[in-house]
Write a protein that binds this ligand. Structure first.
Ligand code: HEM
Length: 534
Protein backbone atom coordinates (compact mmCIF):
# COMPACT_ATOMS: atom_id res chain seq x y z
CA UNK A 1 0.00 0.00 0.00
CA UNK A 2 1.40 3.43 -0.96
CA UNK A 3 1.76 6.26 1.59
CA UNK A 4 -0.95 8.27 -0.21
CA UNK A 5 -3.38 5.34 -0.03
CA UNK A 6 -2.57 4.89 3.68
CA UNK A 7 -3.24 8.58 4.28
CA UNK A 8 -6.59 8.29 2.53
CA UNK A 9 -7.61 5.20 4.47
CA UNK A 10 -6.85 7.07 7.74
CA UNK A 11 -8.89 10.10 6.77
CA UNK A 12 -12.25 8.83 8.16
CA UNK A 13 -10.50 7.90 11.40
CA UNK A 14 -8.90 11.32 11.75
CA UNK A 15 -12.23 12.96 10.84
CA UNK A 16 -14.06 10.89 13.49
CA UNK A 17 -11.39 11.74 16.09
CA UNK A 18 -11.67 15.45 15.29
CA UNK A 19 -15.45 15.25 15.47
CA UNK A 20 -15.24 13.47 18.83
CA UNK A 21 -12.89 16.18 20.16
CA UNK A 22 -15.23 18.89 18.86
CA UNK A 23 -18.27 17.18 20.46
CA UNK A 24 -16.45 16.74 23.78
CA UNK A 25 -15.28 20.33 23.64
CA UNK A 26 -18.84 21.50 22.91
CA UNK A 27 -20.31 19.37 25.74
CA UNK A 28 -17.78 20.84 28.16
CA UNK A 29 -18.57 24.35 26.85
CA UNK A 30 -22.36 23.84 27.06
CA UNK A 31 -22.22 22.35 30.56
CA UNK A 32 -19.90 25.08 31.85
CA UNK A 33 -19.07 25.79 35.50
CA UNK A 34 -22.58 26.74 36.60
CA UNK A 35 -25.22 24.05 36.63
CA UNK A 36 -28.37 26.14 36.65
CA UNK A 37 -31.04 25.58 33.99
CA UNK A 38 -30.90 27.75 30.88
CA UNK A 39 -31.10 27.74 27.09
CA UNK A 40 -28.88 25.27 25.20
CA UNK A 41 -26.00 27.33 23.81
CA UNK A 42 -24.68 27.32 20.25
CA UNK A 43 -20.99 26.69 19.72
CA UNK A 44 -18.79 29.82 19.97
CA UNK A 45 -21.64 32.35 20.31
CA UNK A 46 -23.61 30.63 23.06
CA UNK A 47 -27.06 32.25 23.16
CA UNK A 48 -25.96 35.63 21.80
CA UNK A 49 -27.73 35.14 18.50
CA UNK A 50 -31.04 34.21 20.17
CA UNK A 51 -31.29 37.30 22.34
CA UNK A 52 -32.98 39.56 19.78
CA UNK A 53 -32.90 43.33 20.05
CA UNK A 54 -34.09 43.70 23.62
CA UNK A 55 -32.13 41.31 25.81
CA UNK A 56 -34.01 42.11 29.04
CA UNK A 57 -37.33 41.18 27.44
CA UNK A 58 -35.89 37.93 26.10
CA UNK A 59 -34.48 37.09 29.53
CA UNK A 60 -37.93 37.72 31.01
CA UNK A 61 -39.45 35.26 28.53
CA UNK A 62 -36.70 32.71 29.34
CA UNK A 63 -37.22 33.13 33.07
CA UNK A 64 -40.79 31.89 32.57
CA UNK A 65 -39.32 28.73 31.04
CA UNK A 66 -36.15 28.18 33.09
CA UNK A 67 -37.05 29.72 36.45
CA UNK A 68 -36.29 32.97 38.30
CA UNK A 69 -32.53 32.43 38.27
CA UNK A 70 -31.05 30.83 35.17
CA UNK A 71 -27.75 30.60 33.37
CA UNK A 72 -27.08 31.89 29.89
CA UNK A 73 -23.88 31.43 27.94
CA UNK A 74 -22.77 34.52 26.06
CA UNK A 75 -19.78 33.50 23.95
CA UNK A 76 -17.02 32.55 26.38
CA UNK A 77 -18.82 34.00 29.43
CA UNK A 78 -21.42 32.27 31.60
CA UNK A 79 -23.88 34.73 33.10
CA UNK A 80 -26.41 34.21 35.89
CA UNK A 81 -29.60 36.20 35.28
CA UNK A 82 -31.80 37.15 38.28
CA UNK A 83 -35.43 37.85 37.39
CA UNK A 84 -37.63 38.12 40.49
CA UNK A 85 -37.73 40.25 43.62
CA UNK A 86 -37.49 37.16 45.85
CA UNK A 87 -34.39 35.87 44.04
CA UNK A 88 -32.82 39.34 44.12
CA UNK A 89 -33.22 39.37 47.90
CA UNK A 90 -31.74 35.86 48.26
CA UNK A 91 -28.65 36.78 46.26
CA UNK A 92 -28.02 40.55 46.36
CA UNK A 93 -29.15 41.14 49.96
CA UNK A 94 -28.82 37.87 51.86
CA UNK A 95 -25.42 37.12 50.23
CA UNK A 96 -24.56 40.80 49.78
CA UNK A 97 -20.85 40.55 50.51
CA UNK A 98 -20.43 38.02 47.68
CA UNK A 99 -22.55 39.84 45.08
CA UNK A 100 -20.49 42.97 45.45
CA UNK A 101 -18.02 43.22 42.59
CA UNK A 102 -18.22 44.32 38.94
CA UNK A 103 -17.05 42.29 35.93
CA UNK A 104 -14.49 43.57 33.39
CA UNK A 105 -15.36 43.93 29.71
CA UNK A 106 -12.94 44.45 26.86
CA UNK A 107 -14.50 47.41 24.99
CA UNK A 108 -15.22 49.54 28.03
CA UNK A 109 -12.43 48.65 30.46
CA UNK A 110 -9.55 48.11 28.05
CA UNK A 111 -10.36 50.50 25.19
CA UNK A 112 -12.51 53.40 26.47
CA UNK A 113 -11.19 53.66 30.03
CA UNK A 114 -7.47 53.20 29.53
CA UNK A 115 -6.60 56.78 30.52
CA UNK A 116 -9.17 58.20 32.96
CA UNK A 117 -9.83 54.87 34.70
CA UNK A 118 -13.20 53.37 35.58
CA UNK A 119 -16.26 54.97 37.11
CA UNK A 120 -17.30 53.69 40.52
CA UNK A 121 -20.12 51.70 38.90
CA UNK A 122 -17.66 49.83 36.67
CA UNK A 123 -14.92 49.21 39.27
CA UNK A 124 -14.34 45.70 40.63
CA UNK A 125 -14.49 45.60 44.43
CA UNK A 126 -11.17 46.26 46.18
CA UNK A 127 -9.86 48.70 48.81
CA UNK A 128 -9.68 51.56 46.35
CA UNK A 129 -13.23 50.97 45.11
CA UNK A 130 -14.38 50.77 48.72
CA UNK A 131 -12.83 54.22 49.43
CA UNK A 132 -14.38 55.77 46.31
CA UNK A 133 -17.79 54.29 46.96
CA UNK A 134 -17.69 55.42 50.61
CA UNK A 135 -16.68 58.96 49.68
CA UNK A 136 -19.40 59.23 47.00
CA UNK A 137 -22.08 57.59 49.14
CA UNK A 138 -21.31 59.97 52.02
CA UNK A 139 -21.42 63.01 49.76
CA UNK A 140 -24.75 61.75 48.43
CA UNK A 141 -26.38 60.57 51.64
CA UNK A 142 -29.74 61.90 52.89
CA UNK A 143 -28.48 64.89 54.95
CA UNK A 144 -26.07 65.85 52.18
CA UNK A 145 -28.84 65.74 49.58
CA UNK A 146 -31.03 67.88 51.82
CA UNK A 147 -28.34 70.55 51.63
CA UNK A 148 -28.33 70.34 47.81
CA UNK A 149 -32.02 71.28 47.53
CA UNK A 150 -31.21 74.94 46.66
CA UNK A 151 -29.04 73.61 43.80
CA UNK A 152 -31.90 71.44 42.53
CA UNK A 153 -34.24 74.42 42.87
CA UNK A 154 -31.84 76.49 40.76
CA UNK A 155 -32.09 73.95 37.95
CA UNK A 156 -35.87 73.65 38.36
CA UNK A 157 -36.05 77.38 37.83
CA UNK A 158 -34.21 77.05 34.48
CA UNK A 159 -36.39 74.09 33.54
CA UNK A 160 -39.65 75.95 34.19
CA UNK A 161 -38.35 79.15 32.58
CA UNK A 162 -37.05 77.52 29.41
CA UNK A 163 -39.93 75.12 28.65
CA UNK A 164 -42.20 78.13 29.06
CA UNK A 165 -40.07 80.42 26.88
CA UNK A 166 -39.10 77.93 24.15
CA UNK A 167 -42.63 76.51 24.10
CA UNK A 168 -43.96 80.07 23.65
CA UNK A 169 -46.18 79.82 26.70
CA UNK A 170 -47.58 76.47 25.64
CA UNK A 171 -48.43 77.32 22.04
CA UNK A 172 -45.45 75.41 20.56
CA UNK A 173 -44.57 71.78 21.14
CA UNK A 174 -40.96 71.00 22.08
CA UNK A 175 -38.74 67.94 22.36
CA UNK A 176 -38.22 67.74 26.14
CA UNK A 177 -34.93 65.80 26.07
CA UNK A 178 -32.34 68.60 26.17
CA UNK A 179 -34.07 70.34 29.10
CA UNK A 180 -33.87 67.26 31.28
CA UNK A 181 -30.31 66.50 30.23
CA UNK A 182 -29.26 69.96 31.35
CA UNK A 183 -31.24 69.59 34.60
CA UNK A 184 -29.57 66.28 35.45
CA UNK A 185 -26.07 67.26 34.38
CA UNK A 186 -26.09 70.68 36.06
CA UNK A 187 -27.17 69.37 39.46
CA UNK A 188 -24.25 66.91 39.36
CA UNK A 189 -21.80 69.54 38.06
CA UNK A 190 -22.67 72.07 40.77
CA UNK A 191 -22.55 69.46 43.51
CA UNK A 192 -19.21 68.13 42.27
CA UNK A 193 -17.40 71.09 40.65
CA UNK A 194 -19.38 74.14 41.79
CA UNK A 195 -20.04 75.16 38.16
CA UNK A 196 -22.95 74.88 35.73
CA UNK A 197 -23.72 75.19 32.02
CA UNK A 198 -26.29 77.82 31.35
CA UNK A 199 -27.88 77.23 27.97
CA UNK A 200 -29.73 74.16 26.67
CA UNK A 201 -27.74 74.54 23.41
CA UNK A 202 -24.37 75.04 25.20
CA UNK A 203 -21.63 73.34 23.15
CA UNK A 204 -19.93 71.75 26.18
CA UNK A 205 -23.29 70.41 27.36
CA UNK A 206 -23.90 68.89 23.92
CA UNK A 207 -20.40 67.42 23.83
CA UNK A 208 -20.76 65.82 27.28
CA UNK A 209 -24.18 64.39 26.42
CA UNK A 210 -23.00 63.01 23.08
CA UNK A 211 -19.80 61.45 24.42
CA UNK A 212 -21.45 60.04 27.55
CA UNK A 213 -24.09 58.39 25.34
CA UNK A 214 -21.28 56.77 23.33
CA UNK A 215 -19.56 55.65 26.54
CA UNK A 216 -22.86 54.18 27.72
CA UNK A 217 -23.07 52.18 24.49
CA UNK A 218 -19.62 50.74 25.14
CA UNK A 219 -20.70 49.93 28.71
CA UNK A 220 -23.92 48.22 27.71
CA UNK A 221 -23.91 44.48 28.36
CA UNK A 222 -26.11 44.04 25.27
CA UNK A 223 -24.13 46.15 22.82
CA UNK A 224 -20.70 44.64 22.10
CA UNK A 225 -20.65 41.07 20.81
CA UNK A 226 -16.85 41.18 20.84
CA UNK A 227 -16.94 41.48 24.64
CA UNK A 228 -18.13 37.87 24.70
CA UNK A 229 -16.48 36.35 21.62
CA UNK A 230 -12.75 37.21 21.74
CA UNK A 231 -12.30 35.94 18.18
CA UNK A 232 -14.34 38.89 16.91
CA UNK A 233 -11.88 41.35 18.48
CA UNK A 234 -9.21 40.11 16.11
CA UNK A 235 -11.17 40.53 12.90
CA UNK A 236 -9.35 43.47 11.27
CA UNK A 237 -12.48 45.56 10.62
CA UNK A 238 -13.85 44.95 14.12
CA UNK A 239 -10.56 45.54 15.92
CA UNK A 240 -9.92 48.77 14.01
CA UNK A 241 -13.55 49.92 14.45
CA UNK A 242 -13.67 49.37 18.22
CA UNK A 243 -10.18 50.75 18.75
CA UNK A 244 -10.77 53.94 16.79
CA UNK A 245 -14.33 54.59 18.09
CA UNK A 246 -13.15 53.80 21.63
CA UNK A 247 -10.05 55.97 21.32
CA UNK A 248 -11.97 58.94 19.93
CA UNK A 249 -14.58 58.66 22.70
CA UNK A 250 -11.79 58.46 25.27
CA UNK A 251 -9.91 61.48 23.90
CA UNK A 252 -13.07 63.61 23.81
CA UNK A 253 -14.03 62.54 27.32
CA UNK A 254 -10.54 63.18 28.74
CA UNK A 255 -10.72 66.68 27.25
CA UNK A 256 -13.86 67.85 29.04
CA UNK A 257 -13.00 66.05 32.27
CA UNK A 258 -9.69 67.98 32.29
CA UNK A 259 -11.48 71.21 31.44
CA UNK A 260 -13.92 70.81 34.35
CA UNK A 261 -11.10 70.00 36.77
CA UNK A 262 -8.75 72.76 35.54
CA UNK A 263 -11.56 75.28 35.75
CA UNK A 264 -12.20 74.33 39.38
CA UNK A 265 -8.46 74.42 40.20
CA UNK A 266 -8.23 77.92 38.66
CA UNK A 267 -11.17 79.09 40.80
CA UNK A 268 -9.55 77.57 43.90
CA UNK A 269 -6.28 79.39 43.09
CA UNK A 270 -8.18 82.68 42.72
CA UNK A 271 -10.25 81.86 45.82
CA UNK A 272 -13.47 82.30 43.84
CA UNK A 273 -14.54 78.65 44.17
CA UNK A 274 -17.59 77.52 46.10
CA UNK A 275 -17.88 74.42 48.27
CA UNK A 276 -18.18 71.27 46.17
CA UNK A 277 -17.22 67.59 46.44
CA UNK A 278 -14.16 67.70 44.19
CA UNK A 279 -12.95 71.03 45.61
CA UNK A 280 -13.20 69.74 49.15
CA UNK A 281 -11.06 66.73 48.32
CA UNK A 282 -8.50 68.87 46.44
CA UNK A 283 -8.20 71.33 49.30
CA UNK A 284 -7.99 68.74 52.05
CA UNK A 285 -4.31 68.00 52.82
CA UNK A 286 -5.41 64.96 54.82
CA UNK A 287 -7.60 63.48 52.06
CA UNK A 288 -6.96 59.79 51.57
CA UNK A 289 -8.39 59.88 48.05
CA UNK A 290 -5.59 59.70 45.47
CA UNK A 291 -5.66 61.32 41.99
CA UNK A 292 -6.91 58.17 40.23
CA UNK A 293 -9.70 57.78 42.78
CA UNK A 294 -10.67 61.44 42.44
CA UNK A 295 -10.78 61.02 38.66
CA UNK A 296 -13.10 58.01 39.15
CA UNK A 297 -15.40 59.97 41.49
CA UNK A 298 -15.48 62.86 38.99
CA UNK A 299 -16.30 60.52 36.09
CA UNK A 300 -19.08 58.93 38.14
CA UNK A 301 -20.57 62.28 39.11
CA UNK A 302 -20.63 63.48 35.49
CA UNK A 303 -21.99 60.30 33.95
CA UNK A 304 -24.04 58.34 36.51
CA UNK A 305 -27.09 60.57 36.69
CA UNK A 306 -27.10 61.95 33.17
CA UNK A 307 -28.80 59.42 30.88
CA UNK A 308 -30.56 57.64 33.71
CA UNK A 309 -32.37 60.70 35.07
CA UNK A 310 -32.96 62.38 31.71
CA UNK A 311 -34.43 59.19 30.25
CA UNK A 312 -36.67 58.59 33.28
CA UNK A 313 -38.00 62.13 32.91
CA UNK A 314 -38.52 61.96 29.16
CA UNK A 315 -40.44 58.66 29.26
CA UNK A 316 -42.53 59.96 32.16
CA UNK A 317 -43.35 63.32 30.59
CA UNK A 318 -44.33 61.56 27.34
CA UNK A 319 -46.63 59.28 29.33
CA UNK A 320 -48.13 62.04 31.49
CA UNK A 321 -48.92 64.09 28.38
CA UNK A 322 -51.11 61.21 27.21
CA UNK A 323 -52.64 60.73 30.66
CA UNK A 324 -54.07 64.04 31.91
CA UNK A 325 -56.03 62.14 34.59
CA UNK A 326 -52.75 61.28 36.37
CA UNK A 327 -51.62 64.91 36.23
CA UNK A 328 -54.94 66.01 37.72
CA UNK A 329 -54.67 63.45 40.55
CA UNK A 330 -51.13 64.68 41.27
CA UNK A 331 -52.26 68.31 41.24
CA UNK A 332 -55.15 67.53 43.58
CA UNK A 333 -52.67 65.81 45.92
CA UNK A 334 -50.40 68.89 45.85
CA UNK A 335 -53.37 71.16 46.52
CA UNK A 336 -54.44 68.96 49.44
CA UNK A 337 -51.15 69.73 51.14
CA UNK A 338 -50.46 73.31 49.92
CA UNK A 339 -54.03 74.62 49.47
CA UNK A 340 -53.24 76.14 46.07
CA UNK A 341 -49.71 77.31 47.00
CA UNK A 342 -46.45 76.28 45.33
CA UNK A 343 -45.16 72.86 46.53
CA UNK A 344 -42.10 73.10 48.72
CA UNK A 345 -38.79 71.44 47.82
CA UNK A 346 -37.33 71.08 51.30
CA UNK A 347 -39.80 68.42 52.36
CA UNK A 348 -41.16 65.52 50.35
CA UNK A 349 -44.65 65.79 51.80
CA UNK A 350 -46.95 64.96 48.89
CA UNK A 351 -47.06 61.14 49.03
CA UNK A 352 -48.71 60.91 45.58
CA UNK A 353 -45.73 62.65 43.93
CA UNK A 354 -43.34 60.24 45.67
CA UNK A 355 -45.52 57.35 44.51
CA UNK A 356 -45.61 58.83 41.00
CA UNK A 357 -41.83 59.00 40.61
CA UNK A 358 -41.49 55.47 42.00
CA UNK A 359 -44.03 54.17 39.49
CA UNK A 360 -42.23 56.03 36.67
CA UNK A 361 -38.98 54.34 37.74
CA UNK A 362 -40.68 50.93 37.85
CA UNK A 363 -42.76 51.23 34.70
CA UNK A 364 -40.00 52.62 32.45
CA UNK A 365 -37.04 50.74 34.03
CA UNK A 366 -34.40 52.79 32.21
CA UNK A 367 -31.50 50.51 33.22
CA UNK A 368 -33.30 47.32 32.28
CA UNK A 369 -30.36 45.08 33.14
CA UNK A 370 -29.09 47.35 35.93
CA UNK A 371 -25.27 47.42 35.99
CA UNK A 372 -23.57 44.02 35.79
CA UNK A 373 -22.20 42.45 38.96
CA UNK A 374 -19.49 39.88 39.57
CA UNK A 375 -19.33 37.54 42.53
CA UNK A 376 -16.45 37.78 44.98
CA UNK A 377 -16.14 34.25 46.30
CA UNK A 378 -18.32 31.15 46.01
CA UNK A 379 -22.05 31.13 46.72
CA UNK A 380 -25.11 28.97 46.16
CA UNK A 381 -28.59 29.46 44.83
CA UNK A 382 -31.05 26.78 46.00
CA UNK A 383 -28.17 24.35 46.42
CA UNK A 384 -26.53 25.11 43.06
CA UNK A 385 -22.94 26.27 43.31
CA UNK A 386 -22.16 29.68 41.79
CA UNK A 387 -18.38 30.05 41.58
CA UNK A 388 -16.20 33.07 42.34
CA UNK A 389 -16.02 35.74 39.62
CA UNK A 390 -19.33 34.85 37.97
CA UNK A 391 -21.00 37.64 35.99
CA UNK A 392 -24.54 38.33 37.26
CA UNK A 393 -27.26 40.43 35.62
CA UNK A 394 -30.08 41.84 37.75
CA UNK A 395 -32.96 41.95 35.26
CA UNK A 396 -34.86 44.96 36.62
CA UNK A 397 -37.24 44.79 33.67
CA UNK A 398 -38.24 41.23 34.61
CA UNK A 399 -38.55 42.05 38.32
CA UNK A 400 -40.82 44.97 37.44
CA UNK A 401 -42.95 42.45 35.53
CA UNK A 402 -42.94 39.94 38.40
CA UNK A 403 -46.63 39.41 39.16
CA UNK A 404 -45.87 37.86 42.55
CA UNK A 405 -44.38 41.19 43.53
CA UNK A 406 -46.48 43.79 41.67
CA UNK A 407 -49.68 42.04 40.63
CA UNK A 408 -51.00 44.27 37.77
CA UNK A 409 -47.54 44.71 36.26
CA UNK A 410 -48.60 46.30 32.96
CA UNK A 411 -50.78 48.98 34.54
CA UNK A 412 -49.27 52.39 35.34
CA UNK A 413 -50.61 52.88 38.85
CA UNK A 414 -48.75 55.20 41.28
CA UNK A 415 -51.29 54.25 43.98
CA UNK A 416 -49.54 50.88 44.39
CA UNK A 417 -46.79 52.74 46.26
CA UNK A 418 -49.22 54.41 48.67
CA UNK A 419 -50.12 51.05 50.17
CA UNK A 420 -48.89 50.77 53.78
CA UNK A 421 -47.44 47.28 53.07
CA UNK A 422 -45.12 48.87 50.50
CA UNK A 423 -43.23 50.82 53.14
CA UNK A 424 -41.54 47.66 54.47
CA UNK A 425 -40.20 46.32 51.15
CA UNK A 426 -37.94 47.62 48.37
CA UNK A 427 -40.21 49.72 46.11
CA UNK A 428 -38.53 49.00 42.78
CA UNK A 429 -35.21 47.86 41.31
CA UNK A 430 -34.36 50.75 39.00
CA UNK A 431 -31.57 51.71 41.38
CA UNK A 432 -30.35 48.13 41.67
CA UNK A 433 -30.17 46.17 44.91
CA UNK A 434 -27.81 45.26 47.71
CA UNK A 435 -24.38 46.64 48.54
CA UNK A 436 -23.56 48.18 45.17
CA UNK A 437 -26.97 49.77 44.78
CA UNK A 438 -27.01 53.25 43.19
CA UNK A 439 -24.98 55.62 45.38
CA UNK A 440 -26.96 58.58 44.00
CA UNK A 441 -30.43 57.23 44.84
CA UNK A 442 -31.32 59.99 47.35
CA UNK A 443 -30.18 62.74 44.99
CA UNK A 444 -31.96 61.19 41.99
CA UNK A 445 -35.23 60.71 43.91
CA UNK A 446 -35.09 64.29 45.15
CA UNK A 447 -34.53 65.58 41.62
CA UNK A 448 -37.49 63.50 40.40
CA UNK A 449 -39.75 64.69 43.21
CA UNK A 450 -38.94 68.39 42.86
CA UNK A 451 -39.19 68.50 39.04
CA UNK A 452 -42.44 66.48 38.92
CA UNK A 453 -44.12 68.55 41.62
CA UNK A 454 -43.17 71.89 40.03
CA UNK A 455 -43.92 70.87 36.44
CA UNK A 456 -47.34 69.46 37.34
CA UNK A 457 -48.14 72.46 39.53
CA UNK A 458 -47.23 75.02 36.85
CA UNK A 459 -48.18 73.26 33.61
CA UNK A 460 -50.68 71.05 31.88
CA UNK A 461 -48.44 68.69 29.88
CA UNK A 462 -50.05 67.91 26.53
CA UNK A 463 -48.99 65.77 23.57
CA UNK A 464 -47.55 67.59 20.51
CA UNK A 465 -49.26 67.51 17.13
CA UNK A 466 -47.81 64.14 16.11
CA UNK A 467 -48.86 60.99 17.91
CA UNK A 468 -46.11 58.85 19.45
CA UNK A 469 -45.65 55.50 21.13
CA UNK A 470 -44.60 55.68 24.80
CA UNK A 471 -44.92 52.00 25.75
CA UNK A 472 -41.51 50.99 27.19
CA UNK A 473 -41.88 47.51 25.65
CA UNK A 474 -42.17 48.83 22.10
CA UNK A 475 -41.05 52.48 21.93
CA UNK A 476 -37.42 52.15 22.96
CA UNK A 477 -35.08 53.95 20.55
CA UNK A 478 -31.94 52.09 21.68
CA UNK A 479 -32.84 48.60 22.97
CA UNK A 480 -29.15 47.64 23.06
CA UNK A 481 -28.04 50.79 24.84
CA UNK A 482 -27.24 50.98 28.55
CA UNK A 483 -30.09 53.29 29.48
CA UNK A 484 -33.28 53.04 27.45
CA UNK A 485 -34.61 56.20 25.78
CA UNK A 486 -37.92 56.63 23.94
CA UNK A 487 -38.02 57.55 20.27
CA UNK A 488 -38.10 61.36 19.89
CA UNK A 489 -41.47 63.07 20.38
CA UNK A 490 -42.78 66.50 21.28
CA UNK A 491 -45.04 67.78 24.05
CA UNK A 492 -46.53 71.13 25.02
CA UNK A 493 -46.10 72.67 28.45
CA UNK A 494 -49.23 74.79 28.77
CA UNK A 495 -49.01 77.19 31.75
CA UNK A 496 -51.88 76.75 34.19
CA UNK A 497 -51.36 80.34 35.36
CA UNK A 498 -48.78 82.47 33.58
CA UNK A 499 -48.59 85.21 36.19
CA UNK A 500 -47.91 82.72 38.98
CA UNK A 501 -45.05 81.29 36.88
CA UNK A 502 -43.64 84.79 36.35
CA UNK A 503 -43.66 85.68 40.03
CA UNK A 504 -42.17 82.26 40.90
CA UNK A 505 -39.33 82.85 38.42
CA UNK A 506 -38.57 86.28 39.82
CA UNK A 507 -38.47 85.09 43.40
CA UNK A 508 -36.40 82.03 42.56
CA UNK A 509 -33.80 84.06 40.65
CA UNK A 510 -32.85 85.96 43.79
CA UNK A 511 -32.67 82.71 45.76
CA UNK A 512 -30.62 81.10 42.97
CA UNK A 513 -27.85 83.66 43.25
CA UNK A 514 -27.52 82.85 46.95
CA UNK A 515 -27.55 79.12 46.22
CA UNK A 516 -24.74 79.36 43.69
CA UNK A 517 -22.70 81.60 45.98
CA UNK A 518 -23.02 79.12 48.84
CA UNK A 519 -22.17 75.90 46.99
CA UNK A 520 -22.84 72.66 48.80
CA UNK A 521 -23.35 72.41 52.53
CA UNK A 522 -23.55 69.24 54.59
CA UNK A 523 -22.15 67.10 51.78
CA UNK A 524 -18.86 68.93 51.77
CA UNK A 525 -18.14 68.41 55.44
CA UNK A 526 -19.34 64.83 55.10
CA UNK A 527 -16.81 64.17 52.33
CA UNK A 528 -14.00 65.82 54.24
CA UNK A 529 -14.73 63.65 57.25
CA UNK A 530 -15.03 60.56 55.07
CA UNK A 531 -11.76 61.20 53.29
CA UNK A 532 -10.05 61.68 56.64
CA UNK A 533 -11.61 58.53 58.09
CA UNK A 534 -11.03 56.27 55.08
C1 HEM B 1 -32.95 58.00 37.74
C2 HEM B 1 -31.65 58.13 37.98
C3 HEM B 1 -30.71 56.99 38.28
C4 HEM B 1 -30.86 55.64 38.07
C5 HEM B 1 -32.06 54.92 37.45
C6 HEM B 1 -29.67 54.99 38.56
C7 HEM B 1 -29.46 53.63 38.54
C8 HEM B 1 -28.31 53.01 38.99
C9 HEM B 1 -28.10 51.59 38.99
C10 HEM B 1 -29.11 50.54 38.52
C11 HEM B 1 -26.87 51.36 39.49
C12 HEM B 1 -26.23 49.99 39.72
C13 HEM B 1 -26.78 49.44 41.01
C14 HEM B 1 -26.48 48.00 41.30
O1 HEM B 1 -25.53 47.43 40.78
O2 HEM B 1 -27.24 47.41 42.07
C15 HEM B 1 -26.28 52.63 39.81
C16 HEM B 1 -25.02 52.82 40.33
C17 HEM B 1 -24.49 54.05 40.66
N1 HEM B 1 -25.13 55.26 40.59
FE1 HEM B 1 -27.00 55.60 39.92
N2 HEM B 1 -28.82 55.94 39.03
C18 HEM B 1 -29.40 57.18 38.88
C19 HEM B 1 -28.88 58.40 39.26
C20 HEM B 1 -27.66 58.59 39.85
C21 HEM B 1 -27.12 59.87 40.26
C22 HEM B 1 -27.84 61.21 40.12
C23 HEM B 1 -25.88 59.65 40.76
C24 HEM B 1 -24.87 60.62 41.32
C25 HEM B 1 -24.71 61.83 40.89
C26 HEM B 1 -25.64 58.21 40.69
C27 HEM B 1 -24.50 57.59 41.12
C28 HEM B 1 -24.25 56.23 41.04
C29 HEM B 1 -23.00 55.61 41.42
C30 HEM B 1 -21.76 56.33 41.97
C31 HEM B 1 -23.16 54.24 41.19
C32 HEM B 1 -22.13 53.15 41.39
C33 HEM B 1 -22.37 52.41 42.68
C34 HEM B 1 -21.39 51.26 42.87
O3 HEM B 1 -21.00 50.63 41.91
O4 HEM B 1 -21.02 51.01 44.02
N3 HEM B 1 -26.74 57.62 40.14
N4 HEM B 1 -27.18 53.63 39.51
Amino acid sequence: MTAAALDLSLAPLVGAALLAVAVLHYLHYARGRIHLPGPVPWPVFGSLLQLGEDHAQTYLAWSRKYGPVFKVRLGEREVVVVNTAAASKELFNDQGSTYISRPLFNAFHKVVSSTAGFTIGTSPWDDSCKRKRKAAATALNRPAVQSYVPIIDRETLSLVEDVCKDGEDGSQSIDPYAYFQRYALNVSLVVNYGSRLDQVGDSLLKEIVEVETQVANFRSVSGQMSDYVPLLRHLPWNAAGTASAGASTRVRRDKYMKLLLDDLKARIAKKTDIACICGNILKDPEAKINDAELSSINLSMVSAGLDTLANTFVWSVGYLAKHPEIQEKALAAINDVYHGGIPDSLTEDVPYITALHKECSRFFSVLKLSLPRATLGDSTYRGVHIPDNTTVFLNAWAIHHDEARYNDVDVFRPERFLDAKEQSVQSHYSFGAGRRMCAGVFLAERELYIAFSKLIYFFRILPGEEDYDIDPATACANPRGLSSAPKPFKVRFEPRNLSSIRSFLEEEKTKAEHAMAAGIGAGSTAVEKEAAAA
